[in-house]
Design a protein around this ligand. Structure first.
Ligand code: IYR
Length: 213
């Protein structure tokens, strides 16, 4: 076991420092095309892979897309479903909630950003002889791993966008993934564009998100 117990003062300092660093994280929608060393992405993915999961099945697969042709295919497929979403499928209430974010069906970042990490959840595993292996709490597990990945990317001083076009099934076709893998989200990763702007939004007050009883 690698558990380390810090003295209480150190625990207070570390928990505060971590919070202060994390509260600076913002979701970014304008990316630079500046390249990022693959090693950094690999380290962040190794970190994500430390996440707890149901029965330790680790029901995730991270497909890192660097290839421009694949990125263009993903952009084209995503913009098609987004166009349908913004012009037809989205109820007015949903569009109203999105308005402060300034999003649209145009997704240029899917080509600009150096990495698109397509995150898949494995609904079941595949044994060596093609037998199905039961997975547990798949969405919870993949959600936790994704949260850790987002934190690791922020820690590396890169930025990310949690992007979920709907439906996302086109990712199986474009990235040639098997039927047991369901797209969970695309994490767009890179440096922010020089002229990046972020929506003027706030986080809930502590007393609105947590309580002690
Ligand atoms: N997928 C669309 C719409 C969208 C939905 C939610 I919920 C958001 O938080 C942001 C956007 C898009 O990316 O434009």
């Amino acid at each position: 076991m690698d558990y380390i117990e810090y003295p209480e003062g150190e625990m207070k300092r570390r928990s505060k420092a971590f919070y202060e660093d994390m509260q600076r994280r913002r979701t970014i929608r304008q990316f630079s095309d500046r390249p990022v060393p693959r090693e950094i992405i690999e380290n962040c993915l190794r970190t994500a892979g430390t996440a707890p999961s149901g029965a330790n099945m680790q029901p995730w697969k991270f497909v890192v897309v660097e290839d421009l042709t694949l990125k263009k295919q993903i952009r084209q497929a995503a913009e098609k479903v987004e166009h349908e979403f913004y012009s037809r499928r989205a109820p007015d209430e949903w569009l109203h909630s999105l308005a402060p974010l300034g999003t649209s069906a145009q997704k240029p970042f899917l080509e600009t950003a150096p990495y698109l990490i397509a995150i898949f959840s494995q609904l079941y595993g595949m044994g060596p002889d093609g037998e199905k292996i039961k997975h547990y709490y798949v969405l919870e597990s993949v959600g936790i791993a994704t949260g850790i990945l987002i934190s690791a990317i922020h820690n590396a001083s890169l930025v990310s966008l949690t992007y979920t076009p709907s439906p996302m099934k086109f990712l199986n076709r474009i990235l040639d993934r098997p039927a047991n893998e369901r797209p969970f989200m695309i994490l767009v990763v890179g440096y922010p564009a020089k002229d990046v702007t972020v929506p003027d939004i706030s986080r809930k007050m502590f007393d609105d998100i947590a309580m002690f009883k």
